[in-house]
Design a protein around this ligand. Structure first.
Ligand code: CP
Length: 334
């Protein structure tokens, strides 16, 4: 049985398979790929794009989707092995995952990082518990470590604009925010861009390093695909000659060592990392702008970037549909 919870489930070869199928189907009339099939979707956290795009994939493919919001209509779920369940979590994933597997043909789970502990994010406890206990294919709709559907959609967006991602200079630049955000999206952009052969530049202020295991995995993909990765604290240096700029906020690497006030002050101290047209003037003249959305306008990214013709944020969101159709079809294939 196949699962897609992390990019390592695909590797560079699998990334190519998903992207090629997504590109081949995009623009063609929807086929009844999921006739008689049901996707169960378990949300521990809110969503606009993920929920709507997965439901749309199933409905346009003649299938159905069941959406469950944990803690609101569905029991709060426990993931810890051996937990004494005497607090508010009424059901263990050990029962919930196999029970849901009896009702659906595939299961999707969204479970954000609990925050502040990158080592725990590496363990990815909730999606890992589902993975241990499901008896149908599992797809991540974003977990603590990764958001693979987002990374794959981003690569499709780059390919349809540039033809190829081989050695394409792209910058992942940190962005300011009002609160520390999880690292799943930057991790996934780095991993998929490396697996797609890009020349990736990662720019962030000191103290916002991505986890060493994520960086090592990305390095291995870059080595396999002829891509490359560089890290810098100098946004302008990273942007020089970049053909695409991906902005995303994420929390500091050692957040558990900070108080909430420290983190707010740290984020505020880097407000000048907001992406503006002036920032982008350092990139290639035809550089495109991407962001996973949702975006806080004029905090992370200025209006003049999001409203500029070079922004691909809406096309990028649409591509979630196309890669997820390809992913679900792949999960169901032998
Ligand atoms: N990019 C993304 O996953 O959007 P949602 O959080 O709205 O699903």
């Amino acid at each position: 049985m196949k699962h897609l919870t992390h990019i390592r489930d695909l590797g560079p070869e699998g990334v190519e398979t998903i992207l090629a199928q997504a590109a081949a189907w995009k623009g063609k009339a929807p086929a009844p790929l999921f006739l008689g099939r049901i996707l169960g979707m378990v949300f521990f956290n809110p969503s606009l794009r993920t929920r709507a795009s997965f439901e749309s994939v199933m409905l346009r493919g003649s299938g159905n989707a069941i959406v469950m919001d944990v803690g609101s209509g569905v029991w709060k779920l426990e993931d810890r092995p051996g937990a004494v369940m005497n607090e508010d979590r009424a059901e263990h994933i050990k029962e919930a995952a196999p029970v849901l597997s009896r009702f659906v043909d595939m299961l999707g789970v969204r479970t954000f990082s609990a925050g502040g502990d990158d080592e725990q994010d590496e363990v990815d406890p909730v999606i890992s518990a589902f993975r241990r206990h499901v008896t149908v294919p599992l797809v991540s709709m974003e977990s603590a470590r990764e958001h693979p559907c987002q990374g794959l959609a981003d690569m499709l967006t780059l390919r349809e604009n540039f033809g190829s991602t081989k050695k394409l200079p792209v910058t992942l630049t940190w962005a300011p925010h009002i609160k520390p955000l999880p690292k799943a999206v930057p991790n996934s952009f780095l991993l998929t861009a490396a697996a797609a052969g890009c020349e990736v530049r990662v720019a962030h202020p000191p103290g916002f390093e991505l986890h060493p295991q994520v960086r090592a995995e990305a390095e291995a993909y870059a080595k396999a695909t002829g891509g490359s990765i560089t890290y810098t604290h100098d946004q302008a240096e990273a942007l020089a000659g970049s053909r695409a700029v991906y902005a995303k906020s994420w929390g500091p690497a050692t957040r558990s060592a900070h108080t909430a006030g420290d983190v707010s002050a740290l984020l505020a101290s880097h407000a000048d990392w907001m992406t503006t047209r002036k920032t982008l003037s350092r990139a290639a003249a035809d550089a495109l702008f991407l962001h996973c959305l949702p975006v806080r306008r004029n905090v992370e990214v200025a209006d003049d970037v999001l409203d500029h013709p070079t922004s691909r944020v809406i096309d990028g969101a649409e591509n979630r549909f196309h890669v997820q159709r390809s992913i679900l079809s792949w999960l169901l294939s032998a």
